[in-house]
Design a protein around this ligand. Structure first.
Ligand SMILES: Nc1nc2c(c(=O)[nH]1)N[C@H]1C(S)=C(S)[C@@H](COP(=O)(O)OP(=O)(O)OC[C@H]3O[C@@H](n4cnc5c(=O)[nH]c(N)nc54)[C@H](O)[C@@H]3O)O[C@H]1N2
Ligand SMILES: Nc1nc2c(c(=O)[nH]1)N[C@H]1C(S)=C(S)[C@@H](COP(=O)(O)OP(=O)(O)OC[C@H]3O[C@@H](n4cnc5c(=O)[nH]c(N)nc54)[C@H](O)[C@@H]3O)O[C@H]1N2
Ligand code: SF4
Ligand SMILES: [Mo]
Length: 756
C-alpha cells in the first residue's frame, strides 16, 4: 500500500490529505497532520472524494456536439481534432484583433494563476470567476478598510469572545475544518460565542447563544454594538487615534444615529441583548473577534454590513492582536512566485470585466462582479464569440441559472462557440459544443495554500494519487497545447511540456525542495514570525537615502529600482518606520472618501459604515410572504458533490425549511409540496417564476424566512444526482450590491401557496 500526500479540493478549504493507494485504487483518504489548518482532520466530503474519482458517470473522452445545442447528441473525437478545431476559432479572434471576444468562465480554479497566463497571453480581460456570487462584498470591505489582504484570519485559539455574523463554519466557510477545531478548543477553555443566523445552523447550535436575525440586518446590529461601545467609552482610543483615519469624536458623532432601539426594530434582536453583547465584546478585547460570512454579506447592503462588522474589531483594538481579528495572505504565489515568462496584462476593459454600474468593485477588484455576466450577454450589452467554461456550473449555481443563464448558453447568437472543460456531465456541459474531460483533483498537480490559522505562511502540494480514466487531461495540458496550436506569439509564454513539469518548475524555489514536498505534502515557513500586529512590523529602510521620502503625515515612500515611481512602504511611528496598513494613508479606514467620489455615498455620513435597509426589510410582509435564503450543508459542496454516493446517502434532498407557526397559517404540513412564487418588485417588475418544493417544518428558522440548501436540483450530472431535490436559483434575481458588487442572494421575497 502506498501513502501519498496531496490536498483535498472537494471544497475550497483545501485541507492537506493522505491517500492510501493499493493496486491503483484509493483505499482510504485521511488528513495530513502537517497541514497547519486542518491538522490531520478531514470532513465527510473529503473522505468521500473516492466516490468522485470512481464516479461511473465521469467524462472520459473529448466530444463534439452533432445535434442542436442541448439536444444531447455527441460524437467522440480525438484530442488532436479537439485542439485543432478550437485553435482555429481562437486564432481567428487574435488575427481579427478582437481577443476580448474570448471569455473564460471558471468556478473552483486552484491552478492559482495558470488561467491568467492563458487569458493574458491571449489578450482578453474576460477571465471571469464566481467571486461575485461568493465572497466579493466581504473581500471588498476588508481590502478597502485594511488593505493588506482581502480575508480575515481570526486568532480563535486565544480568543475569549467570538461574535459570529452569518457564518456557518461548523458546516461550511472557506476555513471550515481548521476553524472548527480551534473554536471548539477555545470554547473548552472558556471562550464564548454568539451567532446571528436566520437558521439554527450547526454553528448556531454550537454557540452559547443563537440570535435569529431578520435577513440583511447584520450590519445594523454591528453598528448598534458600536454605538454602545462608543456611548459607554469602551473603545480603544489609542488604536483609533493612532491607527485609523478618524477620531473618536468623529466616530461618536457618526454612530450615534444607530441606536440599539433602531437595530431592534430592523433586526428583531433585542436592544438589551445588543447592549450586553457590546459590553462583553469590549470587555474581552483584545481577545475578542468577529467572524462573518455570506449570511452577513450576500445582500444588497453586503459591503456596508461587512465593513461595519470589521470595524467592531478596530473599535476595540483587537485587529492583529492575539485572540483578535488577525490577517495574513493566503496566496501561494506570495510564498512561491509563478515561474516565468509571464505575459503582460491586457489593457483593454470590457463591460464583462469592468461593468459600468460597479465603479468601486472595478477599482479594487476588477473582473469579479458575476451577477451582470448573463444579463449583459442576454441583452447584448456585452458580446462574445467564444466561451470556455472550466470547473463551473452556471445554470445550477448562478442566480436565474436554470432560466436566464441556460437560455443564454443555449443561444448560438449570444454564445456562438462554447467549450466546456469538466470532469462530469454537468448542466454546463449539456449546452456546450465541445467537451474536454478534465482530471479530478486526486489526479493532478498544483501548489496550493490558504490563509493559515496558525498565522504563518505554508505551501501544500497536490499530486496525482491515481491515474485518470480514459483520456482525461489536466487543464494546463490542454491550455499549453492550445497555446502552441494558436500561434507562436502565444506559445512563447508556455515553454512547458505539461502540467507536471510546470508545477515542478514552480516548486523548485521552495526552501525544502520539491523532493521533500513530494514526501511531506506540506511545507510550513517555521522561520516566519506569527502574523500578530503586522502593521507594527518594522520596515528596514535608510531614511537618509535620496530615494526615500517621508511626507508631512509620516508616510514613507521609496523609489522603485526599475521605474521612477515611488512606492509606499510604511509610516513613521515613534521614530521608526513600520508597515502600517496597506491603504493609501497606511491607516485602517473607518471612512472611505472614494465612496463620495464615485457617487456611492449620497449623504455625508455614508462615507462611514452605514446601514441601508434592503427591499425585503422595507416590504410589509404578509402571512404568505417570506424572505428566501439559501445555505450550504455540511456534507455537500455547492451542487457538485450531488453525484457522490456516500454523501447523497447522508443528505439526498433539500426541502424548504419553514417555521411551523408560519406553515400552519397557510395550511402546510411537514412533507407537503408547496409553491414558491417570486414576488414582483415595485421598481422593476420581474417575470413570474414559480418552483414547487417540499416543506420541512422546523422551529430552527426565523418565522418570516424560508431556507433551501444549494445542494440539489440537477437535471443532469449523473445517475445519483439527477432529478433529486430543488434548485432555488430560478427564483433569485441577478442583482448585486452597488458598492461591493457581490450578489444579493438572501433578499428575495417569495409568496407561498399550497400545491393542490
Ligand atoms: N442558491 C445558491 N446559489 C449559490 C450559492 C448558495 O449558497 N446558494 N453559493 C454560491 C457560491 S458561494 C459559489 S462559490 C458558487 C459556486 O458555483 P460553481 O463554481 O459553479 O460551483 P462548484 O460546485 O464549485 O463547481 C461547479 C462545477 O464544476 C464541475 N467540476 C467538478 N469537479 C470538477 C473537476 O475535477 N474538474 C473540472 N474541470 N470541473 C469539475 C462540475 O460540473 C460542477 O458542477 O455558487 C454560488 N451559488
Ligand atoms: N459543506 C460545504 N462547505 C463549503 C462550501 C459548500 O458548498 N459546502 N462552499 C465553500 C464556499 S465556496 C463558501 S463561499 C463558503 C460559505 O460559507 P458560509 O458563508 O459560512 O456558508 P453559507 O451556508 O453560504 O451561509 C452561512 C449562513 O448564513 C445564513 N444566513 C442567510 N441569510 C442571513 C442573514 O441575513 N443574516 C445572517 N446572520 N445569517 C444569514 C444561512 O442560514 C447560513 O447558515 O463555504 C465553503 N465551504
Ligand atoms: S473541508 Fe472537507 S471537503 Fe473541504 S477541503 Fe477540507 S476535507 Fe476537503
Ligand atoms: Mo463560495
Amino acid at each position: 500500500m502506498k501513502r501519498i500526500p496531496t490536498m483535498c479540493l472537494n471544497c475550497s478549504t483545501v485541507c492537506g490529505m493522505i491517500a492510501h493507494v493499493k493496486g491503483g485504487r484509493i483505499i482510504k483518504l485521511e488528513g495530513n497532520p502537517l497541514d497547519p489548518n486542518a491538522r490531520g482532520k478531514l470532513c465527510a466530503k473529503g473522505q468521500a472524494a473516492i466516490n468522485m474519482v470512481e464516479d461511473p458517470d465521469r467524462l472520459h473522452y473529448p466530444m463534439r456536439r452533432i445535434g442542436a445545442r442541448g439536444s444531447g447528441k455527441w460524437e467522440r473525437i480525438t484530442w488532436e481534432e479537439a485542439i485543432s478545431d478550437i485553435a482555429v476559432r481562437l486564432r481567428k479572434l487574435r488575427q481579427e484583433k478582437r481577443p476580448e471576444a474570448l471569455m473564460l468562465q471558471y468556478g473552483r480554479d486552484r491552478t492559482n494563476g495558470f488561467l491568467d497566463r492563458f487569458t493574458d497571453a491571449f489578450g482578453t480581460p474576460n477571465k471571469l470567476g464566481h467571486r461575485g456570487l461568493c465572497s466579493l462584498n466581504k473581500r471588498m470591505a476588508i481590502k478597502a478598510a485594511l488593505g493588506d489582504t482581502d480575508w480575515d484570519t481570526a486568532d480563535f485559539l486565544q480568543s475569549r469572545f467570538i461574535l459570529n455574523f452569518g457564518s456557518n463554519f461548523y458546516e461550511a466557510h472557506q476555513g471550515h475544518v481548521g476553524m472548527v477545531a480551534r473554536v471548539a478548543e477555545a470554547r473548552r477553555n472558556g471562550a464564548r460565542m454568539v451567532t446571528f443566523d436566520v437558521r439554527l445552523s450547526h454553528t448556531a447550535a454550537q454557540s452559547d447563544e443563537w440570535q435569529p436575525i431578520f435577513p440583511g440586518t447584520d450590519g445594523m446590529v454591528a453598528l448598534a454594538i458600536g454605538h454602545v461601545i462608543l456611548e459607554e467609552n469602551l473603545q480603544n482610543t489609542a488604536f483609533i487615534e493612532n491607527w485609523t483615519n478618524v477620531t473618536v469624536a468623529e466616530l461618536k458623532e457618526h454612530y450615534k444615529r444607530y441606536t440599539p432601539a433602531f437595530a431592534e426594530r430592523e433586526s428583531g434582536v433585542s436592544a438589551e441583548v445588543i447592549r450586553r453583547i457590546a459590553r462583553d465584546f469590549a470587555e474581552a478585547a483584545p481577545h475578542a473577534t468577529t467572524v462573518s460570512n455570506r449570511g452577513a454579506h450576500a445582500h444588497f447592503n453586503g459591503f456596508h454590513n461587512e465593513w461595519a462588522i470589521l470595524c467592531l474589531n478596530a473599535l476595540v483594538g483587537s485587529i492583529g492582536e492575539p485572540g483578535g481579528l488577525c490577517y495574513l495572505s493566503g496566496d501561494v504565489n506570495q510564498s512561491v512566485p509563478q515561474p516565468g515568462p509571464l505575459p503582460p496584462k491586457p489593457k483593454i476593459r470590457t463591460e464583462l470585466s469592468h461593468p459600468a454600474a460597479y465603479p468601486f468593485a472595478n477599482e479594487l477588484y476588477p473582473r469579479a462582479v458575476s451577477s451582470t455576466i448573463y444579463p449583459d450577454l442576454s441583452s447584448g450589452r456585452a458580446q462574445i464569440d467564444t466561451l470556455i467554461s472550466y470547473y463551473v456550473n452556471a445554470p445550477m449555481s448562478w442566480p436565474e441559472g436554470p432560466t436566464l443563464v441556460r437560455e443564454v448558453l443555449l443561444s448560438e447568437d449570444k454564445v456562438p462557440f462554447h467549450v466546456a472543460i469538466d470532469a462530469f456531465f454537468s448542466e454546463t456541459v449539456e449546452v456546450a459544443d465541445y467537451v474536454l474531460p478534465d482530471v479530478t483533483f486526486l489526479e493532478k498537480w498544483d501548489l496550493d495554500a490558504r490563509n493559515s490559522y496558525d498565522l504563518r505562511p505554508y505551501v501544500g502540494l497536490r499530486q496525482p494519487v491515481v491515474a485518470p480514466p480514459g483520456e482525461c487531461r489536466d487543464i494546463r495540458d490542454i491550455l499549453i497545447r492550445l497555446a502552441h496550436a494558436i500561434d507562436g506569439e502565444m506559445a512563447k509564454w508556455f515553454p512547458y511540456a505539461d502540467a507536471e513539469s510546470f508545477v515542478r518548475a514552480w516548486a523548485s524555489t521552495i526552501p525544502v525542495g520539491f523532493h521533500t514536498l513530494l514526501q511531506s505534502g506540506i511545507w510550513v515557513d517555521q522561520a516566519a514570525q506569527q502574523a500578530y500586529r503586522p502593521y507594527l512590523q518594522p520596515v528596514r529602510v535608510d531614511l537618509s537615502h535620496p530615494d526615500v521620502h517621508v511626507d508631512a503625515e509620516g508616510i514613507v515612500t521609496q523609489k522603485s529600482l526599475h521605474t521612477d515611481a515611488y512606492k509606499k512602504i510604511g509610516v513613521l511611528w515613534n521614530g521608526v518606520v513600520v508597515r502600517g496598513f496597506e491603504t493609501p494613508d497606511r491607516r485602517f479606514h473607518f471612512k472611505l472618501d472614494q465612496l463620495r467620489k464615485l457617487s456611492l455615498a449620497h449623504e455625508d455620513h455614508e462615507i462611514y459604515p452605514s446601514y441601508f435597509s434592503t427591499w425585503a426589510r422595507r416590504a410589509a410582509l404578509t402571512e404568505r410572504e417570506f424572505v428566501l435564503t439559501t445555505f450550504k450543508w455540511n456534507v455537500h459542496t455547492q451542487s457538485r458533490t450531488a453525484n457522490q454516493q456516500w454523501l447523497t446517502e447522508i443528505v439526498g434532498d433539500n426541502p424548504c425549511w419553514i417555521h411551523p407557526l408560519s406553515a400552519v397559517r397557510l395550511g402546510i404540513r411537514d412533507g407537503d409540496l408547496m409553491i414558491l412564487r417570486r414576488q414582483m418588485k415595485e421598481s422593476a417588475p420581474l417575470p413570474l417564476v414559480e418552483i414547487c418544493v417540499k416543506a420541512f417544518l422546523t422551529e430552527a428558522i426565523h418565522p418570516q424566512v424560508v431556507a433551501i440548501s444549494a445542494s440539489f436540483g440537477h437535471w443532469q450530472y449523473g445517475r445519483t444526482a439527477a432529478f433529486r431535490g430543488y434548485n432555488p436559483n430560478a427564483l433569485i434575481e441577478s442583482a448585486a450590491d452597488p458598492i461591493g458588487g457581490g450578489q444579493a442572494w438572501n433578499d428575495t421575497i417569495v409568496q407561498i401557496f399550497t400545491a393542490d
